[in-house]
Design a protein around this ligand. Structure first.
Ligand code: P6P
Length: 343
């Protein structure tokens, strides 16, 4: 008998959590259910990608100028279709779409939530069988119920998130999410097609022995970031850290969340605001990191979740994970900034 049968399934857990919100009418529960449903459809294709001829490019590029791979497109379509039929969502922002996605049905106009989505993050890894993921962020809409949503519904700071999470399609498929009451992980049991509670109240260690950054950009980083990376490599005052970088945010973030560590995507000459997008990569991960006792900052002392977005695909420098490690890299950046700009 699987150990899972004694634990809660996702929907049961969300419903129980809903009781903590006295005015909740089950809408967020229904929305999270629909997100998990879409993720199961994506999971099925991800697992069969090699067989189902769904690997490879579509020949198109998205607004980021990145090749749109068939699974990217499939995942985006699945989430849009299921969000549209949920009746909970009035509109969404997706990495794969230039502007806000609205739905031409009256049911959705009544939806009180907005979803920001990276339908398949790390897609450059699809063809080489490395784990990838979906990242989501949920807000209450700002425009009146019944009206057509607009960018004001999307461009909200991360502190206004109602819920956030990711699905990691890896050695097992996990859904990890928060509604502000801690971080909880569910593992998909394919034999019953249910996400089963497997990680309750995830807390990330205050420090760790893993640093995650694309060291191919080392020479492009600021002196402070370079000095921090050198510090991670030196074994003067501690056990030397391990560099671990999969190139898939969900995978790097999830490993560091569980074991302790720091993930960094600093500014470079080519990308002065870094590469990661605020709305559907950094904010949801920041909510999870903070709920798990970690931090998420921009390297200049600003909480990621306090940045007010100016445009849907805005990029921000991203430093997240164990709080002592995030503090340490910002200390290095501050010190080097003072040295180079003593004024
Ligand atoms: P680089 C994937 O495209 C992504 O957005 C994240 O999942 C990942 O951490 C990062 O970019 C990798 O970027 O420039 O190091 O290949």
């Amino acid at each position: 008998m699987s150990k899972y049968y004694k634990t809660q399934m996702l929907n049961e857990f969300i419903l129980n959590q809903q009781n903590a919100f006295p005015y909740a009418k089950g809408d967020l529960t229904r929305l999270l259910y629909h997100l998990s449903l879409a993720s199961k459809l994506v999971n099925r294709e991800v697992n069969m990608a090699g067989l189902a001829e769904i690997l490879g490019e579509t020949g198109r590029t998205n607004i980021q100028g990145e090749d749109v791979k068939k699974l990217d497109e499939f995942a985006n379509e699945q989430f849009i279709k299921i969000m549209s039929s949920s009746g909970m969502v009035c509109g969404l922002a997706s990495e794969e779409n230039n502007g806000i996605v609205t739905f031409d049905n009256s049911l959705s106009r009544e939806g009180k939530y907005i979803v920001c989505l990276d339908p398949l993050d790390g897609s450059s890894n699809i063809d080489v069988n490395v784990s990838i993921g979906t990242i989501f962020s949920i807000y209450h809409r700002k425009t009146p119920i019944g009206s057509l949503p607009d960018e004001s519904d999307i461009l909200q700071p991360g502190i206004r998130q109602v819920a956030a999470g990711y699905i990691i399609y890896g050695s097992s498929t996990m859904l990890v999410y928060t509604t502000g009451l801690g971080v909880t992980g569910f593992t998909l049991d394919p034999s019953i097609g249910e996400f089963c509670l497997s990680h309750f109240q995830i807390q990330t260690p205050d420090s760790g022995l893993i640093y995650s950054v694309n060291e191919g950009n080392y020479n492009d980083f600021s002196p402070g970031v370079r000095k921090y990376i050198d510090y991670c490599k030196s074994n003067k005052d501690k056990k030397s850290l391990s560099g671990r970088y999969i190139g898939s945010l969900v995978s790097d973030f999830h490993r560091n969340l569980m074991k302790g560590g720091i993930y960094m995507y600093p500014p470079t000459a080519a990308q002065p605001s870094g590469k990661l997008r605020l709305l559907y990569e950094c904010n949801p991960m920041a909510f999870l990191a903070e709920q798990a006792g970690g931090k998420a900052k921009d390297g200049q002392g600003n909480r990621i979740m306090e940045i007010v977005p100016q445009e849907i695909h805005q990029r921000v420098p991203f430093f997240t994970g164990s709080r002592d490690m995030v503090d340490k890299v910002e200390e290095f950046i501050r010190r080097e900034t003072k040295t180079t700009n003593p004024g």
